[in-house]
Ligand binder design. Structure first.
Ligand code: ZN
Ligand code: ZN
Length: 254
């Protein structure tokens, strides 16, 4: 499967950190920067978004994507999300205050947007892929996803501090091709990372020690203010496997 890393910032010196991936050109995984990264015709091909959690750096472009694609397609744009994320998106994004409630526009029967609830640990089939939400440990309810096709599987942890279940899922997935996980703060900010449930290079190394599959690991979520410091620390960290930073704008084939 092809993963396009949608960035709203330059690869070598980021100024803003948003998270979204476009899988096989049509399924978005998180939606921090879809409208900033893609031209309109590519935006219109996206009819489904899967969300890992409700934080703005993963959801900010949804209101504008709905607006940009409104009326261009007969069927609604679908957002797949777990119960607590659905609640938060309804309450804070499409509430008729921050943005119109597109789940009722133009009307209840043919809305522009549908919020589709999916259940933790229950696989769903979408766009020829099998997606399984796996709980991770973040400051708001968050699920990583195991994403499978006939060729293999990719595990995206989403934002997380030290966690367990997602690594157990990775270890029992024999056709796993890659893991995408986060690193956010440098080691000197371990306390901030621990409180906000993110990783430093040091705690990332601890997490990767739980992964027994011999697969490459790709990193996202390096905070722009610390990116050079993080790169230096990552280069100095002894990982027992291949670890590299995802490049904004690049397409990876897994
Ligand atoms: Zn987050
Ligand atoms: Zn985030």
């Amino acid at each position: 499967m092809k993963w396009h890393v949608l960035g709203s910032f330059g690869g070598s010196s980021p100024t803003c950190r948003m998270t979204s991936f476009l899988i096989n050109g049509e399924l978005a995984l998180d939606a921090g920067s879809i409208t900033q990264a893609l031209p309109l015709d590519a935006q219109r091909r996206i009819r489904r978004i899967v969300l890992t959690h409700s934080h703005l750096d993963h959801t900010a472009s949804i209101p504008f994507l709905v607006e940009n694609t409104f009326g261009a397609q007969r069927e609604a744009l679908e957002i797949l999300l777990t119960p607590q994320v659905l609640h938060t998106v309804k309450l804070h994004l499409f509430n008729n205050d921050t943005w119109p409630d597109f789940t009722r526009i133009p009307n209840d029967l043919l809305p522009a947007l549908r919020l589709v609830q999916i259940e933790p640990r229950q696989p769903v089939s979408v766009n020829g892929l099998r997606l399984t939400p796996v709980p991770v440990r973040h400051i708001v309810p968050t699920h990583g996803y195991l994403i499978e096709d006939e060729g293999g599987a990719v595990l995206f942890t989403s934002d997380t501090g030290p966690t367990e279940e997602v690594w157990q899922v990775a270890n029992r997935t024999s056709h796993l091709r890659a893991v995408i996980t986060e690193v956010s703060f440098p080691n000197r900010m371990q306390n901030v990372a621990d409180v906000s449930l993110h990783l430093t290079p040091s705690s990332l190394a601890g997490e990767l020690a739980k992964l027994t599959r011999d697969v490459p690991v790709y990193l996202y979520h390096l905070k722009p203010a610390y990116v050079e410091e993080l790169r230096t620390e990552l280069a100095a960290t002894r990982f027992s496997r291949h670890v590299e930073e995802l490049r904004q704008g690049d397409v990876y084939t897994f």
